[in-house]
Design a protein around this ligand. Structure first.
Ligand code: GLY
Length: 400
């Protein structure tokens, strides 16, 4: 055997090199197999399954189950199953999903949509596993405890805990919260209880009214008075300034209103998503490779960090938007992002980057955390974008 003395890694690298160069999806899948297998092995090497979030100073960083990013690695493994059909990925995806069992009862922050829908939601969609629907419905019940009827919104963060406790906020709502709404619609579908979908619509309508500037960029944080429903102020937590356009916030905004149109068919949500896309692509600070700087208004541009996670989220949302509108511009932009992220500028060499696929994301510059590193959610949305691209190119709907 010619390859007898080559390591598994070397063989896998050869597979990436031999993948047809004109098949960007297959080439990325071959690369992802190498990276993610090593992350699976590392995360399952101890007594308990751990959740990899990033790679810093030569070490994989693991997070507890109640961290907002805890569902992305499970979801990434489900996407690998979807992309390859290989049961290896489903087996490990299931392990990484079921360690999140207790999150269905978590009530102290809002991020359970990410945590449970990316893990259990994908597992249910791909394998129809018994009990997963119940987890989603229970999560929706927990999330609904954060709904503040007078303001018509789901409260994102508690105002008296953690770093946000010092801001004097009463009911902070962040644009990221739009990403919880998919889980609420699904919970209504599974339970027949329309309360969850009603909350989602109310939250989206209030966000549409209160979170946006005239140019359709979004504020990061809107603080409401939970008693009267009045807006108390508009701020940032992770952006450059209160009035700036934090890149990932713009990405959540695009993705969130695209989801709203998927579930309701209400044109006003589609219109909002398209306005957000317009803001992104007409912005003079959007780089040619379409990988945004971490904040569109950072005065240090171009001498500041890119945020690959924003690019991956935007690409995935644009494929869905293309499916809704058949506006080829959206697919062209998404394809360009995928092409950029597949280049050596952003995609790690096999066997490096701690096993994560993409480099150069930004968690939060104001908090000095996770700056210019791989992030598990960048990988998650990148694989999701590849799946959606593949579906479109096979003549299917982007989202199944
Ligand atoms: N949802 C938190 C973030 O986007 O950083």
């Amino acid at each position: 055997m010619k390859f007898k003395f080559l390591s598994t890694l070397a063989l896998a690298v050869i597979a990436v090199q031999c993948a047809p160069k004109n098949d960007i999806i297959q080439e990325n899948v071959e690369n992802a197999k190498i990276q993610l297998k090593s992350l699976v092995e590392a995360s399952e090497a101890g007594d308990t399954v751990r959740i990899p979030s990033t790679f810093k100073d030569g070490e994989i960083v693991y997070v507890p189950t109640d961290d907002w990013v805890s569902g992305f690695f499970a979801g990434t493994l489900w996407y690998m199953y979807e992309l390859t059909g290989d049961e290896y990925w489903a087996e490990h995806a299931r392990k990484h999903t079921e360690i999140l069992d207790s999150i269905q009862y978590l009530k102290w922050h809002h991020d359970v949509g990410f945590m449970v829908y990316d893990s259990y939601g994908n597992g249910l969609r791909l394998k129809n596993i018994d009990g997963y629907k119940d987890v989603i419905v229970n999560t929706a019940k927990s999330l609904s405890t954060r709904f503040r009827p007078a303001a018509g919104v789901i409260q994102s963060w508690d105002a008296d805990k953690g770093w946000q406790a010092n801001n004097g906020w009463k009911c902070p709502v962040i644009i990221d919260n739009m990403m919880n709404l998919e889980l609420l619609f699904k919970a209504t579908e599974f339970s027949g209880d329309s309360t969850f979908a009603d909350i989602a619509v109310s939250h989206a309508d209030q966000t549409m009214k209160n979170h946006y500037r005239p140019d359709y960029s979004t504020y990061h944080v809107v603080d409401y008075d939970p008693e009267t429903g009045e807006v108390r102020g508009r701020y940032t937590a992770q952006g450059y300034s209160d009035e700036s356009a934090w890149a990932r916030g713009q990405a959540w905004s695009l993705y969130g209103f695209t989801i709203m149109y998927r579930f309701t068919g209400d044109e006003k949500y589609l219109e909002r998503a398209e306005k957000v896309a317009g803001f992104l692509f007409n912005n003079p600070n959007m780089p040619e490779d379409l990988v945004p700087y971490w904040d569109f208004d950072c005065p240090d541009i171009p001498d500041t960090y890119r945020d690959v996670s924003s690019a991956a989220i935007i690409a995935s949302a644009l494929y869905e938007l293309y499916g809704m509108t058949e506006n080829s511009l959206y697919k062209e932009k998404a394809d360009k992002i995928v092409e950029s992220l597949s280049s050596p500028a952003y995609r790690a060499e096999p066997g490096t980057n701690g096993g994560f696929i993409l480099m150069h994301s930004v968690g939060s510059i104001p908090h000095g955390s996770s700056i210019d590193v791989p992030l598990n959610y960048a990988d998650y949305y990148f694989l999701e974008a590849l799946i959606r691209k593949g579906n479109i190119e096979k003549g299917l709907a982007p989202v199944k």
